[in-house]
Ligand binder design. Structure first.
Ligand SMILES: [Zn+2]
Length: 338
């Protein structure tokens, strides 16, 4: 009798364990399959916003990364900073026809709500400054849009890869920072500057960048604007220029941005990860944004940039390095005797 009771108890325990394992694994599957819906309330709010047909068509608010299964999507790293600025909203841009953003030049697409900002950084990647900007952004668990210069991308591809790996949006800012609105500029040179810039960023990243473009010195040449439209590349001006490249120190950048923001209430902020003072200013600036009740919006493109193969190939010939291999020196060159 006691033996039978023991057997009964043992099988009962086994059944409970099996049920628990089944429950745990199936709930894990559900977790993995469920999309991340943190921004859903904003999507509802955006959908309810009246009288913005153009913005509603070109700017789509997302609640998740839709084209990848949840298990393959980049895991959302936990933020170690409980008071972080974070990302309040992610928007996906349909770049068809080359929409323009930033009220300094383009007034059609007013998609930011009051107190919303977009952080943008030009002219990198650059040693020291770009990694410092990345660290400041990571400390606040927030995201930005980067517009690297093609040449700089070929000098420091490993830094640009860090930008992309951190989950920031990477566009382009021409090959050599030429003024595309200059008197001597031709349509062919402008095209070369734009296309070679994208091919260089692609070469550095080992993946296509986003079809987001910023004109050097915000010089929007009409022919180049039309060309970008045919290439379905979104154009970024800004709402708010930090003038960080001529700031004497970090404090000046913080006060310029905060003064303008408090007046304008929102906007796409233009900064430079190439600039030392910007990197120094960023930790304070991000904290001031948080304290001022500002919220960061990350902009992403709906589809990646389609670079032109002839520019990709020409660039690979130009840059005389074995770009196919990303192995570190230590794995290629070994000292066998000294
Ligand atoms: Zn620039």
């Amino acid at each position: 009798m006691r033996h039978a009771l023991g057997l009964l108890l043992a099988s009962l325990v086994t059944a409970v364990v099996i049920a628990a394992i089944w429950f745990w694994t199936s709930s894990r599957r559900v977790e993995l399959a469920a999309p991340n819906t943190v921004t859903a309330p904003q999507a509802e709010r955006f959908a309810a916003a009246p009288a913005k047909p153009q913005a509603a068509r070109d700017v789509e608010v997302t609640a998740s990364i839709p084209d990848k299964p949840a298990a393959l999507a980049q895991p959302k790293a936990a933020c170690a900073n409980p008071d972080a600025l974070g990302v309040a909203r992610v928007v996906v841009i349909d770049t068809t026809g080359g929409p323009g953003f930033g009220f300094e030049h383009f007034k059609q697409l007013d998609f930011l709500a009051d107190k919303e900002v977009v952080l943008t950084f030009d002219d990198g990647p650059w040693p020291g400054n770009t990694p410092a900007v990345l660290k400041a952004l990571a400390d606040e668990c927030t995201k930005a849009v980067f517009f690297p210069i093609g040449k700089h991308a070929t000098y420091h591809p490993e830094i640009l890869r860090q930008v992309a790996a951190a989950g920031h949006t990477v566009g382009a800012h021409t090959w050599s920072h030429a003024n595309l609105n200059a008197k001597k500029m031709t349509d062919q040179i402008a095209k070369d500057e734009i296309e070679k810039g994208y091919s260089a960023v692609k070469l550095a990243l080992g993946a296509a960048p986003q079809p987001f473009f910023r004109f050097p010195e915000l010089q929007h040449g009409p022919a180049a604007v039309a060309y970008l439209g045919t290439r379905n590349i979104a154009i970024f001006s800004c709402d708010l220029d930090s003038f960080d490249f001529r700031a004497k120190n970090a404090d000046q950048i913080v006060s310029t941005v905060m003064t303008k923001l408090d007046k304008q209430g929102k906007g796409i902020i233009l900064m430079h990860d190439f600039q030392k003072h910007t990197a120094e200013a960023l930790p304070t600036l991000l904290q001031r944004l948080k304290a001022g009740g500002y919220k960061v919006v990350q902009m992403k493109a709906k589809a990646p940039m389609q670079t032109l193969p002839e520019y990709d190939e020409a660039l690979i010939k130009d840059v005389k390095v074995p770009v196919a291999s990303t192995r570190p020196v230590s794995s290629v060159v070994q000292t066998v005797s000294e």
